[in-house]
Write a protein that binds this ligand. Structure first.
Ligand SMILES: [Ca+2]
Ligand SMILES: [Ca+2]
Length: 177
């Protein structure tokens, strides 16, 4: 596994701990889900519902696969194991990636514009300069759009333990490069 993958997973843990108590639990995913939904007002009800379902599945996969001490919460030590056994998370991450990228493309033309991308990523909690750096790394068009599939695949890569020097690494760290 790559140290980059650990850094990416650590960042996700910090952001997904939406209530900031140092553990992931169902409440965190409810909070995160409503924040993202609020940022996705341009999307139709079914796209927002798909995102809610994906967040719920994300939590239930974590609770099922990683809560080894059975306290109903996932600690960082428990969470980091998702990097060690990515095959148990592939389907969950794929559904999450699909749902989030779909919110980025509310009119369904296959493209995501920067303001929509920024709004959704801010809702998740990433830093603005890093969000812009990531969008730039995805190679936007002259009209400042990226393909929704590029974002979807980028989300899956973010969770891939063997990947390094990928666009998603732009989200980690205090300064944009
Ligand atoms: Ca928490
Ligand atoms: Ca636990």
């Amino acid at each position: 596994m790559r140290t980059e993958a650990i850094s990416r997973v650590r960042l996700v843990f910090t952001l997904f701990d939406a209530n900031g108590n140092g553990r992931l639990e169902a409440d965190d995913f409810d909070l995160m889900s409503s924040r993202v939904e609020e940022a996705a007002q341009a999307s139709d009800a079914s796209a927002r519902q798909a995102m809610r379902v994906a967040f719920r599945r994300y939590w239930s996969t974590l609770a099922t696969e990683l809560d080894t001490d059975g306290d109903g919460r996932v600690s960082y030590d428990e969470f980091v194991r998702c990097v060690l056994s990515p095959e148990r998370f592939d389907a969950t991450v794929a559904e999450f990636a699909e749902a989030l990228a779909a919110l980025g493309d509310p009119d369904g033309d296959g493209l995501v514009d920067r303001p929509t991308f920024v709004a959704l990523m801010l809702a998740i909690g990433f830093d603005r300069p890093n969000i812009d750096a990531l969008f730039d790394a995805f190679g936007p068009t002259d009209t400042d759009h990226i393909p929704a599939v590029t974002w979807r695949e980028g989300i899956k890569d973010y969770y891939a333990p063997e990947k390094a020097d990928i666009p998603g690494d732009r989200l980690v760290g205090g300064t944009a490069v």
